[in-house]
Design a binder for this molecule. Structure first.
Ligand SMILES: *Cc1c(COP(=O)(O)O)cnc(C)c1O
Length: 474
């Protein structure tokens, strides 16, 4: 029922040609599709074919050209400044093809020894390169894994935290007294993890910001935790964010670890953590070496096609202790020896593919220096845009720029944010197809977010966005 080797070569080479041409020509395409909900479904035949099509490779490229490209937001477009980047470098695609080609299922070390150990070498190497320190490496008693997402990382960190707080949890489930500490800027994936774990939103404590900032107030955290303890509640997890999704703010991880006192600290550095590869941005992970777990996405700003999210833990036994369940059919000598990592015990699903290969291809194809260079280039572009925003009448920064993220308002005659004008400017920018931006609110006021991070974005693309913003003001 499959392609022959010869057929696969023919269709595969053609598909590689298609991807290369798509990337080469992408800048000429509109970054945002013009489609209506349901229009794509309506254009596709509802019934699946009983018989094979004549040439599935050709049919696939037709689908890409006719349906997928015109119906997709082009995240790899150099004018993409929305959300956070989702860099899918061609380098990483090599590893993705290899992963599918091997077709291994890495639930256990014994089902994928090479995939498991390549992943271990990569996560240890990145822990070192990011300055997290020995404690988060396998050699140092900790360890890391490549999760499918920062959201999954937060969920399993919460499960490990629940387990450490009360191992009886596995038998009796949650008690309802558990509490999880976040801020109003914490990513929604923490609220989702709390919900999935069955704690209910009452378990979420929203710690206030330090006055005049958008970062967690460590003193207020200490007060909340001791008040909760006094009331018979049980703090289980604190989640500082390094690079909030709204404005890129960085919670004071070191101070938070100082007051957490044995409560699990999970650092969510999904977007910004990779900047710590550069010595001048190492400050972003300051204090993270004191945390219990740290997450940063390789699939945002580290060139690696979705999905690949680093999760390191200080105690390499914590996730297996919380999650491992071994039915007879998964028993094997390597696991029994205790000498191997079975990555099924570090995640919710049993099965997993070799995510390590795409990250391997990225870091070997570009070197750590190549990764550092692109991070620096994106920060420099953002800094120059922020300087222009500050100097321009009718514009204001909505928050201090953070790495490669800047948030802005259009302002009224008195210099205060003008929500209607800012919203209209976003719509005007996104209408012309050259650039794409998204929004947030800062202190209740509508703000445009500009997240620089597509691999092809250069000064000319930032200039074009800036001209479009200024035109929208005029
Ligand atoms: C993007 C982001 C997430 C979610 O990332 P996924 O990997 O898509 O789950 C979580 N936290 C922060 C701070 C983020 O920026």
């Amino acid at each position: 029922m499959d392609l022959s080797g010869a057929e696969f070569r023919r269709a595969g080479y053609a598909l590689v040609d298609w991807v290369a041409a798509h990337r080469e020509g992408m800048a000429e395409l509109p970054v945002r599709p013009s489609v209506e909900p349901g229009s794509i479904r309506a254009a596709l035949p509802a019934a699946l074919p009983d018989a094979p099509v004549a040439d599935v490779g050709a049919a696939l490229t037709s689908l890409l050209d006719d349906v997928v490209v015109p119906g997709s937001l082009l995240w790899q477009h150099p004018g993409f400044f929305g959300y956070f980047p989702a860099q899918a470098s061609l380098l990483s695609l090599l590893g993705d093809i290899a992963s599918g080609g091997i077709g291994s299922q890495g639930m256990l070390w014994s089902t994928a020894p090479a995939g498991t150990e390549i992943e271990q070498v990569l996560v240890d190497g990145f822990a070192t390169a990011l300055g997290l320190g020995e404690a988060f490496t396998f050699a140092g008693g900790g360890g890391g894994s490549l999760q499918d997402s920062a959201s999954s990382a937060a969920l399993v960190a919460l499960l490990a935290a629940l387990h450490r707080s009360s191992p009886a949890w596995q038998e009796t489930g949650i008690e309802g007294t558990e509490r999880v500490y976040v801020t109003a800027e914490t990513h929604s994936s923490l609220a989702k993890a709390v919900r999935v774990a069955g704690l209910g939103s009452r378990a979420l404590r929203i710690v206030p910001f330090s006055p005049g900032t958008r970062v967690m107030d460590a003193d207020a955290l200490a007060e909340h935790m001791s008040a909760d303890r006094a009331a018979g509640l049980r703090p289980v997890l604190v989640c500082p964010t390094v690079g909030t999704t709204g404005v890129g703010a960085i919670d004071p991880v070191r101070a938070i670890c100082g007051v957490a006192q044995g409560v699990w600290v999970h650092v969510d550095a999904a977007w910004a953590g990779v900047a710590s590869l550069c010595p001048e941005f190492r400050y972003v992970l300051d204090g993270a070496e004191l945390a219990d777990s740290v997450c940063t996405d390789a699939h945002k700003w580290l060139g690696t096609a979705f999905d690949a999210s680093f999760l390191w833990v200080r105690d390499g036994r914590a996730l297996p202790a919380a999650l491992s369940i071994t039915p007879e059919y998964l028993r094997n000598a390597a696991t029994d020896s205790g000498a191997v990592v079975d990555y099924r015990d570090w995640q919710v699903p049993l099965g997993r593919r070799m995510r390590a290969l795409k990250l391997w291809a990225v870091v070997h194809g570009t070197g750590l220096d190549g990764l550092r260079e692109q991070i620096r280039a994106h920060v420099a572009l953002t800094t120059s845009l922020a300087t222009r925003i500050e100097a321009e009448p009718g514009f204001a920064l909505a928050a201090p720029p953070s790495l490669a993220l800047v948030c802005l308002h259009l302002t009224g005659p008195d210099g205060s944010p003008d929500d209607a004008a800012t919203r209209a400017a976003l719509e005007a920018v996104n209408a012309d197809g050259d650039s794409f931006v998204t929004h947030t609110t800062v202190d209740g006021r509508y703000a445009i977010r500009v997240a620089v991070g597509a691999l092809g974005t250069g000064p000319e693309h930032v200039d074009r966005l800036w001209q479009a913003l200024r035109a929208a003001r005029d």
